[in-house]
Design a protein around this ligand. Structure first.
Ligand code: SF4
Ligand code: SF4
Length: 278
């Protein structure tokens, strides 16, 4: 079972839900923090990191001695990442999506692969909970390849909780695709509703069942609830605005540690997810 925790908008409490859910469930659980631009699940889980590895993606390097400037690599590249300019050829590694097309079509075999650093992956445990997160290199623009590498540590047979990046663009899709269930975390504000609509649209496109957690549920207005009802998105949990929750968060503590009665609520949330996901 893979549950991806997502939110159209940042700052809704997605990581709070992901971490509290992960620590509330049984021993065969892993959490993958795929919010690689700003991973913060480790601040709450506080895992012991046992392994770290630097992740690279292949990009082209051109041997200008062999290149005849035919331009076939430029023609196939959809990202303008390799360009013939005058009497030379320039690869732009930061634009390259590592599709390998230019290497395939080069008649002179002038292109070889070199690695562009994407970031690093750290792995560890907190008790029986397995922890994995990715950290995108500062200046790196493309996070989906690193997210896919983090997801490569998904273990069949375990319950996998994914902390997805905020938004509705490629990184989120990389963190949701192939999940059994998407749990959307939102807040009952006009901004929350606006971004929730986009997130529900993305989840529907992927054809994944989803449900909703409303954070700070006693603030704002009822428009999120009305929308959820209209779109048939079940509201699985509401977390009220509670000073004790805010204080725990600001200490880097989890709700279930500060208020143990919440553990049962997160277990109930998982039961409802299982029912819906079948
Ligand atoms: S690997 Fe793909 S994206 Fe990168 S330069 Fe070659 S054709 Fe373009
Ligand atoms: S396809 Fe090969 S030979 Fe042609 S321009 Fe590109 S690198 Fe040079």
């Amino acid at each position: 079972m893979i549950i991806s925790i997502a939110s159209g908008k940042g700052g809704t409490g997605k990581t709070t839900v992901a971490t509290n859910l992960a620590v509330s469930l049984g021993p065969d659980v892993q959490i993958l923090d795929c919010d690689v631009e700003e991973p913060n699940a480790h601040l709450f889980i506080q895992p012991v990191i046992e392994e770290a590895e630097t992740i690279f993606t292949p990009v082209p390097e051109v041997d200008l001695e062999k290149c005849n400037l035919c331009g076939k690599c430029q023609e196939i590249c959809q990202f303008k990442a390799i360009v013939v300019i005058g009497d030379t050829l320039l690869p732009f590694h930061e634009l390259c999506h590592s599709c390998g097309g230019c290497m395939e079509v080069c008649p002179e075999k002038a292109i070889t692969e070199v690695g562009r650093e994407l970031g690093e992956i750290e792995r560890g445990h907190k008790g029986s909970l397995e922890f994995v997160h990715g950290r995108l290199r500062i200046g790196e623009a493309m996070s989906p390849p690193l997210i896919r590498k983090v997801r490569g540590y998904t273990r069949p047979g375990k319950l996998t909780i994914i902390d997805a990046p905020p938004g509705t663009s490629c990184p989120v899709i990389a963190a949701m695709k192939g999940a059994d269930f998407v749990l959307l975390v939102t807040e009952p504000t006009p901004f929350g509703l606006h971004d929730l609509k986009l997130a529900v649209g993305a989840v529907n496109l992927l054809g994944i069942p989803c449900g909703l957690v409303i954070n700070r549920s006693d603030m704002g207005d009822d428009r999120v609830r009305t929308y959820a009802e209209k779109e048939d998105v079940p509201i699985l949990m509401e977390i009220p605005f509670d000073r004790r929750i805010a204080e725990a968060y600001s200490r880097g503590d989890m709700i279930v540690n500060a208020m143990p009665e919440w553990k049962e609520k997160f277990q109930g949330l998982y039961d409802r997810i299982k029912e819906i996901a079948g």
